[in-house]
Design a protein. Structure first.
Length: 158
């Protein structure tokens, strides 16, 4: 797997905070073919209604699907800043931990193509959005508004 740039987390790579940041658990980056906990790679895209660009990728050591929680920690740490993560399957503990970080896990079956999933997300961004996607967009809007409110309340020095 080729890595774009080394980032300690996705949050460090994000430049456009209005875009959706979407991660895919994938060996090669072409299809979603990995269980979250034992995923050996993630490819992350910055997505809006008109474009999707690869933001970062990261490989991880092979791990067994054995319920060992320690293997989740580096993945969770690296995915901070993502809005969505697509994976072939995911356990309950990983799901809860992702949600607590503000990341929505999406389980997909059959190894769908990353390009097709990106096209589907973009089509929804241009038109009628699924309920879960609208919730993510609403949450992103609240986060940016809350951040401005905090800044606006601070004293300004010139």
């Amino acid at each position: 797997m080729t890595e774009c740039l080394a980032y300690s987390s996705i949050a460090d790579a994000v430049t456009n905070y209005e875009d959706l940041i979407v991660a895919f658990a994938s060996m090669e980056g072409d299809m979603v073919d990995q269980h979250f906990g034992s995923a050996q790679g993630f490819f992350v895209y910055s997505v809006n209604s008109h474009s999707a660009s690869l933001l970062a990728s990261q490989s991880f050591a092979a791990a067994a699907q054995d319920g060992n929680e320690d293997k989740l920690k580096p993945k969770l740490k690296w995915l901070v800043g993502a809005d969505l993560v697509y994976c072939g399957s995911i356990g309950g503990s990983a799901t809860r931990q992702l949600i607590s970080l503000g990341i929505t896990p999406v389980q997909v079956k059959g190894g769908p193509d990353v390009d097709e999933l990106l096209d589907s997300i973009q089509a929804q961004l241009r038109g009628e959005k699924a309920f879960w996607l609208q919730n993510i967009i609403n949450q992103k809007g609240r986060q940016s508004t809350d951040g401005f409110a905090i800044t606006a309340d601070e004293d300004w020095d010139e």
